[in-house]
Design a protein around this ligand. Structure first.
Ligand SMILES: C[S@@+](CC[C@H](N)C(=O)[O-])C[C@H]1O[C@@H](n2cnc3c(N)ncnc32)[C@H](O)[C@@H]1O
Length: 396
């Protein structure tokens, strides 16, 4: 039986299982069993590295002020996945503190992610059982590591306990999904009412995230939150969303599955991504409007908007320049990279009554068709630059 006929012959009955969808659209899916987030996504480090200089400057300033002798310097990372992306940054932070405060200064590194996250790989990496990138714990004493499977829309650590709060490529995930028919990336909807509701949710979530961090930060502590974003429209130039060609292609393929009768209308709608790639305006306005943030003493220092060339594009352009025209390898790498953040959304969109095999077949079909498109292209043929926003805040 063909995949399509198998899927089409399925009869759907009863309500979908909402419980299993709780916050699961944002679970990362690195691929094969045994593969961890950093095995596939290590190049996201480009985004983390981008703000490294600014972060180290903040740490330098923080430790130049009198820091209570027997109080650890505490770094918290939110949406940390398996800790691979920030490993080198954490090492640099530790080295800087060691160089200024000596080897006895206690350093506390606290990782946060969702309860379903792969904490096993995080701890294996921190203890060097997964050896690359090299863990700081192998080279430094008096460094204490803890992790919590919480949800960064809640308070995750005790009040006034954090010197430096960090997050990379995570704060665009929303606390809840708003499903729409128009597009897999909801902010591309043409419906004005939907846009207003979506904008409100993104603003409320951002304020909620910052309000919780405000509680956790020590007075004088800093937060640096970097993630993919949108460049606002300017005169004559439309807004540009990080990776927008990818979002449009996924939308096209998902819609094609619906028009071919492979997925239902309800599934089409539920295949909506639960994130907002905020623009500097969407980052700044909610902060300035929030009494709660102001009362908590959190101040906005700076919002940076940078364009980082998409790493695969740069790599493959270089290979093409050297005469290697391996489209297959490009499409394969690209798809693996895309699946990690997107797979769960589409998997969770499928009706609860479908059996596991059918769900896997539909997801494979979606990503195979996206892969076939990329297979027919060269990286330079589509616009996938990374727009990265970095928000610097401090608590008075
Ligand atoms: C794209 S990964 C980024 C991981 C890593 N920080 C990096 O720089 O590549 C997004 C991470 O955010 C986490 N995440 C999404 N929503 C979250 C939430 N509400 N609370 C905590 N973590 C969340 C996901 O589980 C995932 O590990």
């Amino acid at each position: 039986m063909s995949i399509c006929r198998g899927i089409l012959s399925l009869r759907l009955k009863g309500p979908i299982n909402l419980i299993s969808r709780w916050m699961s659209y944002n679970v990362m899916h690195p691929g094969r069993h045994g593969e961890s987030y950093g095995d596939v996504q290590i190049k996201n480090k480009n985004i983390c590295d981008h703000s490294k200089e600014g972060i180290l400057k903040i740490v330098g300033n923080l430790i130049s002020k009198p820091h209570p002798e027997n109080e650890p310097f505490t770094v918290a990372e939110y949406g940390a996945a398996d800790g691979s992306i920030s490993m080198e940054l954490m090492t640099d932070i530790i080295c800087l503190i060691r160089s200024k405060c000596g080897k006895n200064k206690e350093i506390n590194i606290m990782y946060e992610d969702l309860p379903m996250s792969d904490f096993n790989s995080l701890h294996k990496r921190i203890h060097g059982i997964i050896p690359n990138p090299r863990s700081y714990l192998l080279d430094h004493e008096n460094v204490y590591v803890t992790s919590t499977g919480t949800n960064f829309y809640k308070q995750c650590f005790p009040s006034n306990s954090v010197d430096l709060a960090l997050s990379f490529t995570a704060t665009h995930w929303l606390s809840n999904k708003v499903d729409i028919f128009d597009h897999v990336y909801p902010y591309f909807t043409q419906n004005k009412d939907e846009i207003d509701a979506l904008e409100k949710q993104a603003a409320d979530d951002w304020v909620l995230f910052l309000t919780k961090r405000t509680k956790e930060l020590k007075p004088g502590g800093w937060g640096v939150f970097s993630t993919l974003g949108t460049r606002d429209a300017t005169e004559g130039k439309p807004a540009f969303v990080a990776g927008q060609d990818i979002l449009n292609k996924l939308n096209e393929v998902w819609n094609r599955l619906f028009s071919r009768g492979i997925i239902t209308k309800a599934e089409l709608k539920r295949g909506t991504l639960g994130f907002c790639l905020r623009s500097p305006r969407q980052i700044e306005e909610p902060i300035l409007d929030s009494i709660e943030i102001q009362n908590g003493g959190l101040k906005l220092h700076e919002i940076r908007l940078d364009t980082i060339p998409y790493f695969l594009e740069a790599e493959w352009n270089e290979m093409f320049r050297q005469g290697n025209k391996e489209r297959e390898a490009f499409a394969r790498d690209f798809l693996k990279y895309l699946k990690t953040p997107f797979y769960s959304t589409f998997y969770e969109a499928l009706e609860g009554q479908r059996n596991e095999e059918q769900k896997l077949q539909i997801c494979e079909l979606l990503f195979k068709e996206a892969r076939d498109f990329f297979l027919s292209k060269y990286p330079s043929e589509f616009d996938i630059d990374y727009i990265v926003t970095t928000t610097y805040v401090f608590k008075e």
